[in-house]
Design a protein around this ligand. Structure first.
Ligand code: GLA
Length: 639
């Protein structure tokens, strides 16, 4: 194989001309599978680690005012939480009064935010408030909508502080005002974060009562939460891209966070990582156990879609309320530990003026916060999955591991953790440090625990790495960008827990999967969740993805890439063999034979010395190329 490639190079043939008997010309077609030699996920804005802070929404809904915002900001500072990283203070829905006519300048509800008053009619500025937050060492976040109207106006109009005035004055969203509003919020008012909701492009079809009554202007819905087919994905993406461009323009220092709030609709799984800094993967969380499970499930198999600069957002924390209040500390600890393992933005959602010492001890657990903020940015990867018990493992910057074992069920039970699940050697000691009690224990091979209902055991783990001289790609999902994941027909992920949210009724026929993430790239699993397996041989590590895919991998000074490649056994036999190609900064370094279903893997090896971006391309060839599951088994970067 290697020889064949060097012959091609010797002959001075361009990649476009390379072909192998029996397969279509490789890379002949310029397109999404052509190597770019670049990292194409979003690198704009300021989110090298997941943003942390406090948001007004879960605590107050839209019933907000300056006292509540500043009171909570003060607790972040006085309690020391801001020093741990809780810096963003986000003003969610409820701040706006109207859009001034005819110039379109947004007006703040100064009866609730007196410091925003400026002389003159309908004139206001958040600058005094953001100045105060900045002087406290904090950052300030604001909220808007990508459409003309807000979620509150369309879905919770009984909530406080809805925009007022004429129909035009009540159009407070960004639609048609992106440049004007972003410049106002960032250049003039000094905000550091914007959350952009999507209700305005969802709920205002011409025949809805809200439009027919003349209350709001019609806007052809672009998003249908229940139907990807009825969603105009490119149009939604283009609108959100406009905001990204305005943010980059108005913030030359790049000190901003762009929070996309599309609740997992419009196939954001695929594109938000290229556009924003954080992206909601599910509909709203509520203070209910079952809802927390849904939100967790929407991110827990998506580690490859989060990387430094862009993170999965399973929504804000609900610690302090309902199933996560001071009487449910087991549940509150689980919610917190899981969000940290998932590299979720840790946004507190309670009124911190009322926080109890026990809840403060959860939010202020520095060791768990450190997992979330670990600079390597590797979201945890599932090591064991079931509807009851789940084990997640996260590789830290030091090469050590964090592990969480989560009991979703109402039954106490015995759970086992193995050194293999940590990618540690079974014949050497593994030292576990419990991140709640700080107690240390050690084991060889495997160990067992009793786990309580709804409990999450969370540890850091030191051991002897199975791969001493490098990292498996699945240990560094923050370095892997599935630039093209091979999903051609976005389909809602049926594995996500289908809770009935508190705001929904049980009329109709049920709750259905909404998040278009089915079949995406997975760490240590096949794209539909099975274990990786080629020709009957199982692999406990690697990347599972569909054919016709291209991944970008940042190479952190390693010298060799190695993997065993083939069609995964979760595929069906087709007449469409797959060719695997490894590129280094855009140059072809290694290529497999065409691989059929059931065929033993090819071992690919590439010299990546001095290479910054390794690209892994899997092309379906043959008569009817199919998006079949394929495996980059044991894929690793080593010295
Ligand atoms: C939507 C968002 C929430 C919150 C509300 C405000 O529901 O998903 O997070 O911002 O709007 O109305």
């Amino acid at each position: 194989m290697k020889k064949w490639i060097s012959r091609q190079y010797a002959a001075g043939l361009a990649i476009a001309a390379i072909s192998v008997a029996g397969m279509a010309p490789a890379a002949a077609i310029a397109g999404p599978l052509s190597p770019t030699g670049r990292w194409t996920a979003n690198a704009q804005g300021n989110a090298p680690v997941p943003p942390m802070g406090w948001s007004s929404w879960n605590a107050f809904n839209s019933d907000i005012d300056e006292q509540k915002i500043l009171g909570n900001a003060k607790v972040l500072v006085d309690s020391g939480l801001s020093r741990l990283g809780y810096r963003y203070v986000d003003i969610d829905d409820g701040w706006w009064l109207k859009r001034r006519q005819p110039d379109g300048r947004m007006v703040i509800r100064t009866s609730s935010f007196p410091s925003a008053r400026l002389p003159g009619k309908d004139n206001s500025s958040f600058r005094p408030l953001t100045d105060r937050l900045h002087a406290m060492g904090l950052k300030a976040g604001i909220y808007s909508d990508i459409g003309r109207n807000s979620c509150g106006q369309i879905y919770t109009s009984n909530f406080a502080n809805q925009p007022e005035g004429t129909q035009a004055e009540r159009e407070v969203g960004l639609y048609g005002h992106v440049a004007q509003d972003i410049s106002l919020y960032f250049k003039e008012w000094g905000f550091d974060l914007i959350k952009v909701d999507g209700c305005g492009i969802r709920g205002l079809a011409a025949d809805t009562p809200l439009v027919r009554s003349g209350r709001y202007r019609a806007l052809k819905p672009l998003v249908d939460m229940d139907s990807l087919g009825r969603t105009d994905i490119p149009a939604v993406r283009a609108l959100y891209q406009q905001v990204a461009d305005a943010l980059a323009r108005d913030n030359p220092d790049h000190d901003y966070v762009y929070s996309i709030c599309l609740w997992g609709s419009a196939n954001v799984r695929e594109w938000a990582k290229d556009v924003g800094n954080i992206s909601r993967t599910s509909d709203d969380i509520s203070p209910s156990w079952s809802r927390m499970l849904s939100n967790l499930d929407s991110v827990s198999t998506r580690a490859l879609y989060a990387e430094p600069g862009t993170w999965n957002d399973p929504d804000m924390l609900y610690i302090g309320s309902g199933d996560f209040d001071a009487d449910h500390l087991t549940e509150a600890r689980s919610h917190f530990a899981l969000w940290a393992m998932m590299d979720a933005p840790l946004m507190i959602g309670m009124d911190m003026r009322k926080v109890s010492p026990a809840l403060m001890a959860i939010l202020g657990n520095a060791d768990i916060v450190a997992l979330d903020q670990d600079p390597a940015g590797n979201q945890a990867v599932p090591a064991f999955m079931s509807g009851d018990i789940q084990t997640f493992v996260k590789t830290l910057n030091t090469g050590e591991k964090a592990v969480a074992i989560f009991n979703r069920s109402l039954n106490p039970r015995k759970v086992t953790l193995t050194a293999e699940q940590l990618k540690y050697r079974p014949d050497a000691d593994v030292v576990l440090t419990d991140l709640w009690s700080k107690a240390k224990t050690h084991f060889r091979g495997q160990t067992s625990f009793r786990i309580k209902p709804h409990q999450t055991l969370i540890f850091t783990a030191k051991g002897t790495r199975r791969l001493p001289n490098g990292l498996y790609l699945s240990e560094q999902p923050g370095m892997v960008n599935p630039a093209v994941d091979g999903v051609t027909v976005p389909t809602p992920d049926p594995t996500i827990h289908r809770s009935v949210p508190g705001w929904a009724s049980t009329t109709g026929t049920g709750v259905y999967p909404q998040y278009g993430g089915w079949g995406g790239a997975q760490a240590d699993r096949a794209p539909y969740g099975q274990s990786l397996s080629i020709a009957g041989h199982a692999y406990d590590t690697g990347i599972g993805i569909l054919a016709n895919s291209r991944m970008e991998v940042r190479n952190n000074g390693f010298t060799q890439f190695v993997a065993s490649v083939g069609v995964d056994d979760s595929a069906l036999p087709t007449d469409s063999p797959v060719v695997f190609e490894v590129y280094g900064d855009g140059k072809l370094l290694a290529q497999s034979q065409p691989k059929h279903f059931g065929e033993a893997p090819d071992r690919l090896k590439a010299d990546v010395r001095g290479v910054s971006i390794v690209e892994l391309v899997a092309r379906a060839t043959g008569k009817s190329p199919a998006p079949e599951p394929i495996a980059w088994a044991n894929a690793r970067l080593i010295h």
